[in-house]
Design a protein around this ligand. Structure first.
Ligand SMILES: [Zn+2]
Length: 175
């Protein structure tokens, strides 16, 4: 068995996902210790690591100087993942956004990444295909009673995998 597979198996999770999760746990621990665990967008407390997101106060994407804005620590704030994602969804001019092309990838279920396996009791599952270093990985999680639940699962996993760039059902306005 390859080293990579052993890691995945022993962690019961894809190793890169586990690594991302660990970094987030460490970050959240530091954020708490420094009393920075207040959401930049809604001013409420951020209570757990999976709610935490690293937020850019000024959107770097499609700005005049994306590289500077992306790395500028003064432009970084912490927020709830939900608050961060919503802020992008309601941003003016979102319909002119190049991400709009992703609307075409909506599946028959009406949601991005959500499929149905009618043989199952809870038939909805989501699937994310990711290619990295020339290898393709498929993340598939099932057991959802409704397509909307599966869409939320998809979004969570997509944000873990792709961070800010994730094109989620929420961003697309599908949920
Ligand atoms: Zn918030």
């Amino acid at each position: 068995m390859s080293k990579q597979r052993s890691k995945d198996e022993q962690l019961k999770c894809d190793f890169s996902t586990a690594n991302g999760r660990l970094k987030k746990i460490i970050l959240f621990d530091l954020v708490k210790k420094l009393n920075l665990d207040i959401c930049y967008r809604c001013n409420n407390k951020i209570c757990s690591f999976d709610e935490l997101s690293v937020d850019h106060k000024l959107d770097w994407l499609h700005s005049d100087d994306p590289i500077t804005l992306f790395y500028d620590l003064n432009n970084i704030a912490f927020s709830h993942l939900d608050c961060n994602v919503k802020s992008r969804k309601y941003k003016k001019g979102v319909n002119n956004h190049p991400r709009k092309r992703h609307l075409n990838v909506r599946t028959k279920s009406g949601y991005k990444g959500v499929h149905v396996d009618s043989r199952m009791n809870k038939p909805y599952f989501f699937k994310i295909t990711m290619s990295k270093d020339g290898k393709t990985k498929v993340f598939r999680t099932g057991g959802f009673a409704t397509p909307e639940e599966a869409a939320r699962g998809y979004d969570e996993q997509a944000v873990l995998l792709f961070g800010e760039k994730a094109v989620t059902n929420l961003v697309l306005g599908l949920i």
